[in-house]
Design a protein around this ligand. Structure first.
Ligand SMILES: Cc1cc2nc3c(=O)[nH]c(=O)nc-3n(C[C@H](O)[C@H](O)[C@H](O)COP(=O)(O)O)c2cc1C
Length: 179
């Protein structure tokens, strides 16, 4: 029987938290993307040494749920390497991000909407859904414009409540509908 797998890259833990939550909710496999050289500055400079082979065979899965951050308004190097390496093995892909940009700013230069368009343009019909969980959703109202606060905040069990938890529940529900 074919099924889902969550594949993720995370530097500071928010996308790892999200990926693990998705995998638990869907009761599906999960695997972390491991860059050959995990050096952040190289990623920002788009110097790419590729990623290690995954342990799971993606051809055995219906859907890959790819989860990772947005940096500088771009698809981050480890996620790009993953897509380039495995696009032929992917049947359907759902892209999920915990990012810094809000829904309101998603189509601006550093917005996650730009990255969604990039993923859709690479994978075309294989990309069936993109979903953002902006980190500002877990910040109090008086900190939502505070860039320092959002850079220091990471998803965890304590702050994953209210609006973001509701969005997550709808997202999981949506995944079962579009299956
Ligand atoms: C160098 C850097 C650049 C970033 N650029 C963006 C950006 O352009 N757009 C955005 O939405 N978030 C941006 N972010 C915020 C990250 O997407 C956000 O912190 C994410 O939750 C980190 O995920 P992680 O905890 O899984 O590593 C940036 C973060 C860093 C460190």
């Amino acid at each position: 029987m074919k099924k889902d797998i969550v594949v993720y890259y995370s530097r500071k833990g928010s996308n790892k938290f999200l990926a693990e939550k998705i995998s638990k909710s869907l009761k599906c496999d999960i695997e972390c993307i491991k860059p050959r050289l995990n050096i952040f500055i190289f990623f920002l400079m788009k110097i790419n040494f590729g990623i290690r082979n995954l342990k799971h065979n993606l051809k055995e899965y219906d859907r890959v749920i790819l989860c990772g951050p947005v940096w500088m308004g771009k698809l981050v190097v480890p996620l790009r390497s993953f897509i380039n390496k495995y696009s032929d093995s992917i049947d359907k892909l759902v892209f999920v991000t915990c990012c810094g940009s809000s829904d309101e700013k998603k189509d601006e230069k550093f917005g996650h909407g730009i990255v969604f368009k990039e993923v859709e343009s690479i994978l075309k019909y294989k990309c069936i859904l993109c979903q953002a969980f902006p980190i500002i959703m877990v910040l109090p109202d008086d900190k939502k414009e505070d860039s320092d606060a959002f850079m220091k905040t990471h998803l965890n069990d304590e702050n994953f409540t209210g609006e973001i938890a509701d969005r997550f529940a709808s997202f999981i529900q949506n995944l079962s509908v579009i299956k």
